[in-house]
Design a protein around this ligand. Sequence first.
Ligand SMILES: [Fe+2]
Ligand SMILES: [Fe+2]
Length: 197
Amino acid sequence: MFEVPHLGDALPLVPSDPRWIEVALTDLDAVHADHLHCERKAAQSALSLIRSYPERADLVEAMARLAHDETRHVVQVARLLVRRGQPASYDLGDDYAAQLRTLIRGREPERLLDRLLVFAVIEGRSAERLALLAGALEDEKARELYASLAEAEVRHRDSFLALARDAAPATWQARAAELAAAEAELLAHRMILARIH
Ligand SMILES: [Fe+2]
Ligand SMILES: [Fe+2]
């Protein structure tokens, strides 16, 4: 069985409240419909970094590849919705990501570091929750899909962490720890919803 990935040492995210998976399993239609938009927004976020930092060749290549992965994930989740015979829904908005984005400092070079690390946090949290779903879903094909998606999001987390390390070798680890702590605080005050975040 696929194990919940160990979240990177540089980004010590707290485990999700155990009630999250219980709530998620009560309304899988909502979780899957939300998940489609998570994958779509991950692709858009990766492309937005290329718009902001076209002169950084490593970042451009990593983000183009990542956006490619995420659009493939959109296809996979869209097919899952069809297979389940469940409706898709419009994006309900994502105040988890919006709250994390408020932690991004306005000035360069801190802004780049923070954007990379906030995306690393979102990928890390997504990986953990997709792995929890992989361990809990009844449908065999859906379990396999979620296990493969969780592995991909771990790779994405690490690719953001590597870019953060290269962008700010002296400060990235301390800032990663700060943002991980801020995310734990944010989660502690959030309602648990049948959504990915
Ligand atoms: Fe993804
Ligand atoms: Fe991802």
